[in-house]
Write a protein that binds this ligand. Structure first.
Ligand code: ADP
Ligand code: MG
Length: 577
């Protein structure tokens, strides 16, 4: 708890000035609020008995003082509301940036076990809870405590008995407020959960709108959606029930305090224990201690929510990325591309079956190597070890004689280009998407890369050419076009090592040929791993590896493997007979 609180407080650090000025104005504002009724009391007690010009002059100057105080109170409240929120917004942004930055560092192994929706809510709803706490927490507590204690002292000095009667209601208010505030907040968080459900349902259904329509399942989708929508209304009903109880109940209690003070005060008037002006002052003070009680209860609840949110936030931040630069990692600008797998074994999770078992491989720089084998044999896995998406469980991978774990991670990955079956295009234009391969590239370089990837022609055929917005996930492009954009991206990056993972598998024959051409021209003079299930595309590979569950079963050129009459020949016969 202490450590975590320290971390929470650390977020205030850059905004110390804002924080302390906020606190300062909170104190001034609270004191002014407490002072105003005292002046009213002074007027009703003394001034009205003055005579002639003294009366009007004193009333006038007291009026001026009160106006000044009201202006000061306004200024303080305004400062707190404006700059306090700005501080909170900045702190929230700092936290959001920290967690987003951390997300960027976490590894594939982390994302394999996470739903993006949940990671998103860590950033949105949790931080919302925290920022509520950060904005208002400290100043609300300070103002409330000053007001309650201040009005207690002042009222005690005016009339002890009446004060004790009035303050006797506070425990009841606290109990009531705590009970319903808890209920209300938990109902609100239920609401948020229901909204999150609805949102993810919308996202899922709209992302898959093509599937929905192809199965003519629109009304089924709506039926499912309305279920969630109905649950949302039920959840809201509950929260309004508690909110209604909370607000009206506390209002009633406050009014009750007023009534009791008035009745008891009237009694005291008849016995001379209190004067009218004091009774008026009492009534003016009631809000100064009932409001803060509500606020304190609310702050306590806010602290609980915000703090749990903060704990979840810290939980994510405390997950150390398990793949990162070694202390003495070397910077390597350009690798040549000799790759050696030295007795590499790998499993995704400890105590699980090994996906790769003692793999040995020797790939010369610039050579074109193909990986074939049944689905699930571990081809993708093998290739994902080279850029260290996952870490080898035992053995080592060497590039140009260096263990890849000794090379700076950014440098290693900058030297490897990957073309996959699924192309991910970011929101933006075609130009933006190709430039992703090298953010500092000039327009000319981008166009050259597109030309090399056989993409230039179809790009300029669009009315807006390179500035065509490709829409979310590139729906306006065909599979072959998207693939050529992803190849252009790698052309621009210009790495010495390439991995093509079923890059043409999702394409029709015609696009496959165009894309295959682009891939082959990209592969020139680079170390290339090609995973393909269409054997026609790898016939001229310098070496073909046949990977099975047992490891590398066969190795050789197309001709050699055919003559060996083994697994490869079987696969080949299946596809071409
Ligand atoms: P291939 O590319 O040859 O079809 P993969 O390398 O994708 O095979 O998968 C090899 C094995 O590893 C499969 O049994 C698969 O279920 C498993 N596997 C793949 N990716 C993961 C992952 N992220 N986490 C756990 N197991 C995985
Ligand atoms: Mg695969």
């Amino acid at each position: 708890m202490k450590e975590k609180l320290k971390k929470l407080i650390a977020y205030y650090n850059p905004y110390r000035f804002l924080f302390f000025s906020d606190m300062f104005f909170a104190i001034i504002g609270a004191l002014v609020t407490l002072a105003l009724p005292l002046i009213v009391r002074y007027i009703t007690n003394n001034v009205i008995y003055y005579e002639g010009s003294k009366l009007s002059q004193t009333i006038f100057s007291l009026g001026v003082i009160m106006v000044i105080l009201v202006v000061v109170e306004f200024g303080c409240n305004y400062y707190i509301a404006y700059f306090g929120h700005i501080m909170g917004a900045k702190m929230e942004a700092d936290m959001r940036s920290d967690i987003f930055g951390h997300y960027q560092k976490l590894t594939f192994a982390f994302y394999d076990n996470q739903k993006v929706g949940h990671l998103l809510s860590r950033i949105t709803s949790d931080l919302f809870d925290i920022s509520e706490l950060l904005h208002h927490g400290p100043e609300d507590v300070l103002i409330s405590v000053i007001k309650i204690i201040g009005s207690f002292i002042i009222l005690m000095m005016i009339n002890m008995k009446l004060t004790l009667i009035a303050f006797a209601f506070i425990p009841a208010m606290v109990v009531f407020a705590v009970y319903y505030n808890k209920k209300m907040k938990s109902a609100f968080s239920q609401n948020r959960a229901k909204i999150a459900d609805i949102n993810s349902q919308i996202e899922d259904s709209l992302s898959g709108i093509r599937v929905v329509k192809s199965f003519a399942n629109e009304s089924e989708e709506l039926r499912k959606f309305n279920k969630g929508n109905g649950r949302f209304v039920e959840a809201k009903k509950k929260s309004y029930l508690y909110m209604g109880m909370y607000n009206s109940g506390l209002n009633a209690l406050t009014t009750l305090v007023t009534v009791v003070v008035l009745v008891a005060g009237a009694q005291f008037l008849t016995t001379g224990q209190v004067v009218v002006s004091d009774l008026i002052t009492f009534l003016l003070y009631i809000n100064n201690f009932t409001e803060p009680v509500k606020k304190l209860v609310n702050s306590a609840e806010q602290f609980q929510n915000g703090y749990t949110g903060f704990e979840r936030f810290l939980e994510i931040l405390s997950i150390a990325p398990d793949i990162k630069d070694a202390e003495d990692a070397v910077a390597v600008r350009e690798l040549k591309g000799d790759i050696i797998f030295d007795d590499v074994s790998f499993c995704y999770e400890e105590n699980q079956d090994k996906v790769l078992n003692h793999v040995n491989l020797n790939v010369d720089a610039g050579s074109y190597m193909a990986l074939v084998g049944p689905s699930g044999a571990g081809k993708t896995t093998l290739c994902s070890l080279i850029p260290r998406f996952y870490e080898v469980s035992s053995g080592k991978i060497l590039i140009d004689g260096m263990d890849i774990r000794s090379i700076r991670l950014d440098d290693l990955r900058n030297n490897i280009g990957i073309v996959q079956q699924d192309v991910y295009l970011f929101a933006g234009t075609i130009m933006d998407n190709i430039r992703y391969g090298k953010p500092e590239a000039s327009d000319e370089e981008v166009v050259l890369a597109a030309k090399n990837a056989n993409a230039h022609e179809f790009i300029v055929a669009f009315p807006e050419g390179y500035d065509t917005d490709i829409g979310q996930r590139g729906v306006k492009l065909s599979g072959g076009q998207k693939q050529r954009l992803s190849i252009a991206r790698v052309f621009l990056k210009n790495p010495p090592i390439l991995i093509f993972d079923e890059a043409t598998s999702a394409l029709d024959n015609e696009s496959e040929q165009v894309v295959q051409q682009s891939l082959e021209s990209l592969a020139k003079n680079r170390t290339t791993f090609v995973i393909a299930h269409r054997l026609s595309t790898i016939r001229n590979a310098e070496k073909i590896l046949v990977l099975t569950d047992e490891g590398i079963a066969e190795e050789g050129t197309h001709e050699e493997l055919l003559h060996a009459h083994g697994i490869y020949e079987g696969l080949y016969q299946m596809q071409f007979s």
